[in-house]
Design a protein around this ligand. Sequence first.
Ligand code: PLP
Length: 523
Amino acid sequence: MAMNTVGRPTTPVAHDAAAPATFSGAKGLLQPTSLIFETGAIDRTGVDLPPVKGIKPRLGGLARTSSTGNPGLSEPEAVRHYVRLSQRNYAIDLGMFPLGSCTMKHNARLNEKMARLPGFADVHPLQPISTVQGALRVMDELSHWLMTLTGMQAVALSPKAGAHGELCGMLAIRAALDARGQAHRRRVLVPESAHGTNPATAVQCGFVVDEIKAAPDGRVDLSDLKTKLGDDVAGIMLTNPNTCGLFERDIRIIADLIHEAGGYFYCDGANFNAIAGAVRPGDLGVDAMHINLHKTFSTPHGGGGPGSGPTVLSAALAPFAPVPYVVKRADGSLDLIEHEADSDGEPFGRMVAFHGQMGMYTRALTYMLSHGADGIRQASEDAVLNANYVQACLKAHMSPAFEGVCMHEALFDDSWLDGTGVTTLDFAKAMIDEGYHPMTMYFPLVVHGAMLIEPTESESKASLDAFIATMTSLAQAAKSGDTARFTGAPHHAPVKRLDETRAARKPVLKWTPPAEISQIAAE
Ligand SMILES: *Cc1c(COP(=O)(O)O)cnc(C)c1O
């Protein structure tokens, strides 16, 4: 197999071992791809510019004389490189992406069309305020929708991901505690089923994390919570619906308990897609909650993103919202409060250099306006219905982690795999062979060998049925002793089972020119 200079395979694999080798390294129409440094060369550029004559350098002797080390490629070479890579990847535009807790829903093309309008796409964050009134209007209207859907008093739009939104909410809580002279409150209660970002955020803000146990029904153990309350408690970070895909039935009681103890209620809103339009977190007693626009409001995730994690705040925390934020002037025009000194409140600071992810604001608002409040509620109801359909159809073959109906995610444990020699990881790899991105595995930690499936409302019944049939077939194969299908999987993917621990611990992120590689090898 051909390798690039850092030792990764460059050619696609042949699925039929008996197939003749190809001369080009391609397999059918799947192309081999080397590193971009190997495709381009440092000593050439992708464009031909005539030599510049008669220019007096104005760099004061700072002109670069050595190479930047970037490879030069023509536009078609660069485009092909990335398209070839993309064809080895999985995407929501290719098939179902049942990754739980991530809400991998369809990214509507109407959103893209709106975000590409030159009036939105081509504005610059340093333009005079009078020339970006439309962009500010989008921010103002998005804020209005977010506050209305959540029943909250204020929103900080600028955080750039869910975890960044958590940071924003927890910094607001810290500022509120400090403002009332209670800087000694530094303990934050976090249920053991929480997403890893919750305790990480709390620690990042200088809090100490105290874990609360889960009850046998997958919800917060109220009696354990009560023993953890005290006058050093800053608040609780709770996800609702929680990461087991269950609605926290006692959430009002939990809110009252934490408020009576003098703390604040941070809600991780990553699972808002289960309840948007149906439940307002403000009515449940929440003080701060981030919303992942890239989950609930259909903007692209990750590499297709960037993410955006606006954080809504209750009346108690609203004065501490970070700058910048949009305000309406008496003449109806919109303005930005950019500096803490210009604010009527006590902003704790600023989260980003400019104003956050404008392109995502436009996409999310488009989604909201095209659905309407009733459509958003319908989407949430359909997401919950789809998850329950998956759970109901698979429970004869796999073991649901908890009894009863779920919210927008179906959670299974691995007890049904006992004695088969197949693990959750093996099962997930076999799903790749079948053309499915695996569900979330081994999370939440409170469920052994967890498999968390979130179909979202985007999938049709036909698509869900195909998924269920595939999962059923795999489950039957695992139980009937066809272990090789799992432990050797993926058999059909461009790369086989990876050493994931080594990839995480010792990632090769830097390309070293071959000359240096041979030099290092010689030493
Ligand atoms: C996705 C998620 C987060 C973090 O959101 P990012 O945008 O990935 O930073 C936090 N909590 C839960 C429960 C999530 O699912």
